[in-house]
Design a protein around this ligand. Structure first.
Ligand SMILES: *Cc1c(COP(=O)(O)O)cnc(C)c1O
Length: 494
């Protein structure tokens, strides 16, 4: 494990390369670059050998936790295993070496792939069309709200408010506010669903949209969604579906059939792109028929071949006078799109159904086993995830959700999401995902039970954990504000 910064390994004159002698006349830099652009001091770069670099960064990479290392039940994030074959396919030369400025005649394969992916996502969600351009879920939300705004404007309507349930992901109110809307909260009821009376009292004809996550962030299906759609539509509003966690509904039900007008998906959660390290994602947005004219340019269109006249032709269409314009350079993160295409194609409709079935079974299995040891605020069948509360442990021995999360690190697990959703005190939000075996689930359950018992018999041990990680308990605020990246064994300094 690296104990030094790479800068501290530096030895003057050490190099990672040896180049052949230059066979053209050498020139000094200030003969090539105007002086005002030249730096005055040498850059402070580490002078190290190739092996120093490899050992250092391999060591650092081993400090990471990933789905490929161990179980990662981070609620609302869907840290499931992403099959390597999809990475292989996305890195085929024909995809990875394309240039966005290549003419359409030379990019027919990619255009066909994107066209078909749009059609499949539309089918999966019950929408009329999709844009693949947004680079993340939150980016999709922004586009979705821009589309809603453009639609209302085209109807001569100026709407001011967007309604968001109190269980919603933080990006929902943020996206609505970014789009210039006043955000208003709708309360949840004791079943963990949107409270219909609260919705009724908030709705009026100045509401542009209700943003809904279904299953919601408690992992519960909103059973009154049809009624909610009617209430919002009657008042002239639209329904926005946050589909970041679509692994709960694939080929079981469709947002379009529930009454939603706009949907975003997170391909990097549901459709096979590793994420969490800030890598590329995709948050495609689907719309109902009446919002199609507002989609960002370019859209992809297919000119079907007439019989006996060669293949279909795909092209980019920029001719959409009502379009909200461009939301991203070129066509989106196409590598992520290729992985999603391959994933959907390998699974097919039945496979997608089994993905969601397994996600739901795994979550319910774990929830049922753990609810004897932790408080389960909403005790009903869940979808792909569930939320426990450590309020019992906190009351008894002041062991908090954070302490339990930290103790899990000692067992090599990634911690669940904690303190979200905000309506559950001491929340532990657990998403086992569909790709984990019963053995893995049982291993995690066993440790969660042990920790619950330890919280009673030896609460200090839980509160002082983790002990087996490179650094133990940190002051979280200082660690975030003034990170000290230097590793010291068993250090508790930030
Ligand atoms: C992850 C998530 C988002 C945001 O997605 P990003 O790709 O991180 O921007 C939005 N809503 C829900 C419910 C999510 O889980």
């Amino acid at each position: 494990m690296p104990e030094s910064l790479i800068f501290e390994l530096s030895t003057p004159g050490r190099r990672s390369y040896s180049l052949p002698k230059c066979d053209v006349p050498e020139k000094r830099l200030d003969e090539l670059i105007p002086k005002e652009f030249l730096r005055e001091t040498e850059p402070n770069l580490p002078e190290v050998s190739e092996l120093d670099v490899v050992r250092h960064f391999t060591g650092l990479s081993q400090l990471n936790h990933g789905v490929d290392t161990n179980f990662y039940p981070l609620g609302s994030c869907t840290m499931k295993y992403n099959p390597k074959v999809n990475e292989e396919i996305a890195s085929l030369d024909g995809f990875s070496r394309l240039h966005p400025y290549q003419p359409e005649e030379l990019t027919q394969g990619m255009l066909q792939l994107m066209y078909e992916l749009e059609r499949w996502l539309s089918e999966i969600c019950g929408m009329a069309g999709f844009s693949l351009q947004p680079a993340a879920g939150a980016h999709g939300e922004l586009l979705g709200l821009m589309l809603i705004h453009a639609y209302h404007e085209s109807q001569g309507q100026k709407k001011k408010r967007v309604l968001v349930p109190d269980s919603a992901h933080g990006t929902n109110p943020a996206s609505a506010a970014r789009c210039g809307y006043r955000v208003e909260q709708v309360k949840s009821n004791e079943d963990g669903e949107v409270d219909i009376d609260s919705l009724k009292s908030a709705i009026s004809d100045d509401v542009a949209a209700l943003m809904l996550t279904n299953p919601n962030t408690l992992g519960l299906f909103e059973t009154q969604v049809i009624q909610m759609a009617e209430i919002v539509h009657e008042a002239g509003g639209l329904l926005y579906y946050d589909g970041a966690n679509a692994n709960a509904i694939l080929n079981i039900c469709r947002p379009g059939d529930m009454g939603f007008d706009v949907v975003h998906l997170n391909l990097h959660k549901t459709f096979s792109s590793p994420h969490g390290g800030g890598g590329p994602g995709a948050g495609p947005v689907g719309v109902c028929e009446k919002l199609l004219p507002f989609l960002p340019v370019p859209t992809i269109v297919k000119n079907s071949a007439k019989s006996g006249q060669g293949g279909d032709i795909y092209r980019l269409n920029y001719d959409l006078p009502k379009s909200v314009g461009k939301i991203r350079a070129f066509y989106g993160n196409v590598g992520v799109l290729v992985k999603a295409y391959a994933y959907i194609r390998t699974h097919g409709a039945d496979g997608l159904y089994h993905i969601s079935e397994n996600a739901i079974i795994n979550a319910n299995y774990m929830m049922t086993k753990l609810k004897k040891y932790y408080n389960l605020p909403y005790d009903r069948t869940c979808m792909h995830e569930f939320v426990l509360s450590a309020d019992k442990q906190k009351k008894q021995n002041d062991v908090r959700a954070l302490d339990i999360a930290k103790r899990l690190l000692d067992y090599g697990y990634h911690a669940p999401t904690v303190y979200f959703p905000l309506i559950v005190p001491e929340a532990l939000m657990i998403e086992p995902t569909e790709t984990e075996s019963k053995e893995t689930l049982d291993g995690f359950i066993e440790k969660m039970i042990e920790i619950a018992q330890e919280a009673e018999s030896n609460p200090d041990a839980v509160k002082q954990s983790p002990k087996s990680t490179p650094v133990s308990r940190l002051d979280e605020v200082t660690a975030a504000r003034k990170p000290n990246l230097k590793y010291k064994k068993n250090s508790t300094a930030p």
